[in-house]
Design a protein. Structure first.
Ligand code: FRU
Length: 480
């Protein structure tokens, strides 16, 4: 156990070799989830961007498909999206099967938008002959396309520096400007990138439109806990313009390592889910994290929900998709209500890839601490009821020389209701994702323990009956 551990996650998507950043072109078609990602095949730092592809039928077992869209004389291949062109509006369909169309940023002297398409269920991709299809001077990137059925037209949201722009089209080739969202709205300390726009039903049946905007913050004080982070807006879209209604700034993740996330296109109506995945990293130190042959990972795929807070404002919830149950292995349960839990020399914990599901009762305790550790290192989660703050301390989690931000406590405001706090925690070799109260708040952080963790301990402020049951579940390796 003194060997240097591998940091490669068991059940989070990583590049076989080379560098990974943003998730791109996520589309569901004929039983397959497609994902592409920003990829530099020749180095483990950011460089000439390619789209590398992976396919899964369950969002966990990913089969690498290699590089599908490569740089050319127009530029390298920045972020973008993909859709199924069900009605062949583009005219790119050649056979009986629907054509998949990807729209991405070609980054050369200018950032311009281009198309590629596939007539064989995503196996091979051809670039459109007359690329680019949309150009403008300045920051102009990361087009996310969807079909707006009320008006039978395509909509694209695209980041333009300090604002998001909305364009429409009947065929994805000719685009018309519709409206600006921003500048000066929400969190503005950094360049706006990687937008998404989609409808989402709340638990009370109301439908709202969500605009996701990543912000490439550049300081230790930007974003939510430093560096880059992803905000979202709740509001309405009328086919031309998005208007937001939220007063406070809402974040997709209140941790530190979740950026450039967007959602899958074309998940069938009968499924009805909206699934999000983000790049589990932070631009502030992404090029510095421990790595030898590959660098970068995605978050766990998360299902979005919509709820109202106590001020009657809508906010999104994020929960691991249910397919996670399908990759669960061994399971241990602790049922009694107890004040303290000590699990030592535990095989599931030693595997480094597991889930903890527990319910904390703070009626008789003003705080609790949950520690995952070995004799030298620990990750410490804490909830303080009086301050209403949830925190992750990774300052003793192993290799923290990566960056200053590894020794700074990650904090998230959270006011508890009814003293009961359901928690779901995912560990996967080099990451921790904490889902508070069924995804009402999520905190994601990278960790680089040098030795395997062995133990888990939960304690409170000294009251009684803190822990109302706990389940420890190992999660299998999904990459062969
Ligand atoms: C976001 C981003 C995008 C861009 C891509 C380049 O992380 O900066 O705006 O398309 O990365 O790799």
């Amino acid at each position: 156990n003194l060997e240097v551990r591998s940091t490669r996650p068991f059940y989070h998507l990583t590049p076989p070799t080379g560098w990974m950043n943003d998730p791109n072109g996520m589309v569901f078609f004929k039983g397959e989830y497609h994902i592409f990602y920003q990829h530099n095949p020749d180095d483990i730092v950011w460089g000439p961007m390619h789209w590398r592809h992976a396919i899964s039928s369950d969002l966990f077992h990913w089969k690498d498909q290699g590089i599908k869209i490569e740089p050319d004389e127009i530029g390298t291949i920045f972020s973008g999206s993909a859709v199924v062109d069900w009605q062949n509006t583009s005219g790119f369909q050649t056979g009986d099967e629907e054509v998949l169309v990807a729209m991405f940023t070609h980054a050369g002297n200018l950032q311009v938008q281009s198309l590629a398409y596939s007539n064989d269920r995503g196996r091979t991709w051809e670039k459109y002959d007359n690329n680019p299809v949309l150009s403008k001077v300045g920051d102009f990137r990361d087009p996310k396309v969807f079909f707006y059925s009320p008006e039978q037209k395509w909509i694209q949201v695209i980041a333009a520096g300090d604002r998001i722009q909305i364009y429409s089209s009947l065929n994805m080739v000719d685009w018309v400007f519709e409206s600006d969202f921003g500048p000066g709205i929400g969190y503005t300390n950094g360049v706006w990138e990687c937008p998404d726009l989609f409808p989402l039903k709340s638990e009370d049946g109301t439908e709202k439109w969500i605009m996701i905007v990543s912000v490439g913050g550049t300081s230790e004080y930007s974003g939510v806990n430093g560096g880059s982070a992803t905000q979202y807006f709740v509001g309405d879209f009328d086919g031309n313009k998005f208007t937001h209604e939220n007063d406070e700034i809402l974040w997709a993740d209140y941790g530190i390592d979740n950026y450039a996330g967007i959602t899958w296109s074309d998940i069938p109506n009968e499924d009805g889910r909206r699934i999000f995945i983000g790049w589990m990293n932070n631009w502030h130190y992404a090029g510095l994290i421990p790595a030898t042959e590959w660098r970068g990972a995605m978050t766990v795929p998360r299902q979005l929900g919509l709820k109202k807070n106590s001020d009657n404002e809508y906010f999104m919830t994020f929960e691991p998709v249910e397919e996670l149950l399908g990759v669960a292995g061994k399971n241990e349960t602790y049922n009694e209500a107890v004040q303290e839990i000590n699990i030592e020399d535990n095989e599931i914990i030693q595997s480094g890839s597991f889930k903890i599901k527990t319910q904390i009762n703070l009626s008789n305790n003003s705080f609790f601490e949950l520690k995952i550790y070995n004799s030298r290192e620990e990750v410490l989660l804490k909830y303080d009821k009086n301050q209403a703050v949830f925190s992750i301390d990774r300052s003793f989690s192993g290799n923290t020389h990566v960056h200053n931000l590894f020794v700074k406590t990650i904090k998230c405001d959270y006011a508890i209701k009814d003293n009961i706090l359901p928690l779901e925690i995912l560990l996967d070799q080099s990451s921790i994702e904490v889902f508070v109260n069924n995804g009402e708040k999520v905190m994601t952080a990278l960790i680089f323990p040098r030795y395997e963790f062995n133990d888990l301990k939960i304690t409170g402020s000294g009251g009684s009956e803190l822990i109302q049951g706990l389940e420890l579940v190992s999660i299998k390796k999904t990459v062969d």
